[in-house]
Each structure stands twice: as structure tokens, then as C-alpha cells.
Design a protein around this ligand. Sequence first.
Ligand code: EPZ
Length: 418
Amino acid sequence: MEKYIINGGKKLSGEIKVAGAKNLALKVFPATILSQETCFLNNVPEIEDLQRMIETMEDLGAKIEKLKNGKYKVSTKDINKTELKPDLVKKLRASIMLAGPMLARFGEITLAHPGGCIIGQRPIDLFLEGFQKLGAKMTENGSSYTLKADKLIGAKIILPKISVTVTENLMMAATLAQGTTIIKNAAMEPEIPALAEYLNKHGAKITGAGTPELIIEGVKKLSAGEFDIIPDRIETGTFVMLGLMTQSELKITNCNPQHIETVLYSLEKTGAKLKIGKDYIITKPSNLKGVNITTHEYPGFPTDLQAPYTALMTQAEGMSLIHEPIFEARLFYTDILNQMGANIIMCDPHRVVINGPTQLHGRLVVSPDLRAGMTLVLAALSAKGTSSIENIYQINRGYENIVERLQNIGADIKQINE
Ligand code: EPZ
């Protein structure tokens, strides 16, 4: 079994470069299906989730070639089937991102209920309702769904809940629909304007991306070309918290601090000393005090940074309340932090109270999901003694080459197979 061995308690130093955004790459690859022309994508992160997406697209008939330095060549003109491989869909919730583009281009898609993190139910009712609003007919066969539409027709879609991937999926499907689609209560995460920029660059007519109201005027076809994936804002925030948690002077480079302004605001309220540049952030050793947060859709505090922040608050003076209203099962990793010496009380599945600071101690832990798994790496690097982290696939799903990047800033971490 592959695991990380970490000797914690060391100060780190140097520079760590942020990779391309996982949660944009997992949408832009599917977006290439909307055109039969060849596409070149830059700054693509080398992560397991994207490899599963590539495998799923190649199984459909797409030709995807990895060039050098994070560049990929993608051609989807030879796609010849419309059923997503169930075992791949189970491994990757984001495989549902193929549904919108496949429906728009081929008028049909069959997919099993997607898997994903154990952070909550992860229903897909809003996807299915949205596609049906655009004219698709749905049939259920066991645990998989088939959606068919001779032609998608533009519609007014009101989303009862803000959903990132539902917004992105419907936006992509609507680019080739007949007529205009309006999506109200749309998500505004930075990956959405970035995805809209990719689509508009290749002939789509999307306005309002990054606001709660998207307007998409359907067009006959889209072209394809070159596109750069934006930096990963969740990696950026995670590395800032790593620097603070280990009392290190770290320079986080190749990032966009504007994408995590609410996070930086909360961190500065804790007393964190940060130097924020145009495309870098420098952390300095700081005496932190507990500050409450509530996760919220963008531009609020992102739920994907709740776990690293919670770990950081175990090292802050005093009490802090972490409120996670978006997912109903995204706080259970805190019992692992308690086993490492934290003092965290779970009030209900959406709230924990932390009393700090407490000295963390290394131990054997198992990564429960992607973001909690990386949080255990942060905790282990801050803890006294040695930690062994199992189920590291969950971490490699979203953090490119993380062992080497951490070793380059002085972390005592290695990956073993035993
Ligand atoms: C995206 O997931 C991200 N994943 C998640 O990141 C992120 O945590 C989440 O947005 C919130 O920011 C990708 O972009 C691939 P949602 P998504 O739909 O779109 C409910 C990570 O760590 N909902 O915005 O699946 C849902 O239950 C991952 O990188 C429905 O009710 O999240 C949740 O309560 C984890 N019905 C709420 O919406 C639906 O059909 C928000 O979820 C769909 C969603």
C-alpha cells in the first residue's frame, strides 16, 4: 500500500509554485467536445482526477496527447459512443461534466450516478432537471440515466440551489442550443468566467459569467484553439495555511490572490502576517488567534478550504467556530485531528468549535477525501513526531507532484510502498 511518511515540527522555507486549477481543467477538457477542431490546453495539472477524465474521454473515442510542460493536445472529432464507462464515472464525480457537451453535440448521453468524495449526498437532481428544461428526454435504467435530445432548445432555468458544476454543465450545453438560455442563481466561482472565456474565445455567446445571471445565445458550432488553465485557488489557500501552520516564511508563486480575497481577509483577522503581490503571497511566522468562518459560495469562504483552515485554527489562540452549511458530511475528518491532539468539539454535522492552541502529535492516519487528506498532510507537517498517511490516492487526486513540491521547501516527507 502506498503511504506518506512525514516527520513534522520543522520550519519550511523557499518557494512553492501553484499548479493549474483542477476544477477548471475538469470542465475545459469536456468543453473540447463541443467542437470537432483540435484544441491545445496549457498549465494542465498532473493529477489523478484529470487522468480519470482523460481515460473516460478516450473511452468515448477522443484522442488526447500529453505534450511537455503541462500542455495537452485534444481532438474529439472521432468520438463514436455516448455511454460513459460506469467504473470510471464511479471514481470521478466530475465525469458528469461530460453530459452537457455530449448532449449538445451528439444529442445523447448515458451515465451512471457519479461517485466522488464522501462529503455529502452529492445528488444530481439539478443536472437532470436542467437538461430536461433544455428539451432532453430522460430515462432511468437501474442506477444509470440516459438523456436524449434531437436538438436542445434555449430556456429560462432558475436554480433553487447554487451549484458550480450544474451552472457549468448547463452553460456548456446551452452554447449549441437553439435560441437563448438564461440561468438564474448561477454560481460565480472564478472557474466559471474562465470556462466562459474558453467558450467565447471559440465562438460561444455567453454574457454574465461570474454574476448570478448567465445569458447564453445558442450558436451553430464552436471552433477550438489554445487556452491557458488559471492557477488553482484552492492549492493557493492551502499553501498559505501550510506556511502559517508551520511558522514558515513561504513564497507561494504563480497564483492569483484576488481569487481568495475572503480567505486572506479571515487569515489577516487571525493575525496572519502576509505579503500579497500580484501573483504571489508570502507568509511570515505569526501569532494567530481564533476567528470564526462560515463557508459560502463564491465570493464567500470556499468550502474546499474549510478543512485546511480548521487545522490551522488548532494552532490559534482561543476559540473558533467553523460553520459548513454547504455539505452535510464535510467535518467528520476533525475526529482524526483530535486523535492527533486537537481539541475540536462537533456541535452538529455542520458546525465544530475549536479550542487552541494544542500541540499536534504524529500518528497513523487514513485520508478520508481529497481536501481532508491534504489537511492531514498540513497537520502532520506541523505535528511533533512521525505520521504515516494512508489512502494517498485521495490526495494525489488533486495535488500535482505534492511530495516533491513539499520536499523542495524543506518538508521531511516521502512516499513509500509497503
Ligand atoms: C464543485 O462541486 C467542486 N467540484 C467541489 O470541489 C466544491 O466543493 C463545490 O463545487 C462547491 O464549491 C468540481 O468543480 C469538480 P455543488 P459540485 O454542486 O458542483 C447540491 C473539490 O474538493 N446539489 O456546487 O458538485 C449539493 O448537494 C471538490 O475539488 C444538489 O442538491 O458542488 C451541495 O449541497 C469537492 N443537486 C450544493 O448543491 C445537484 O444536482 C453545492 O454543491 C447538484 C448539487
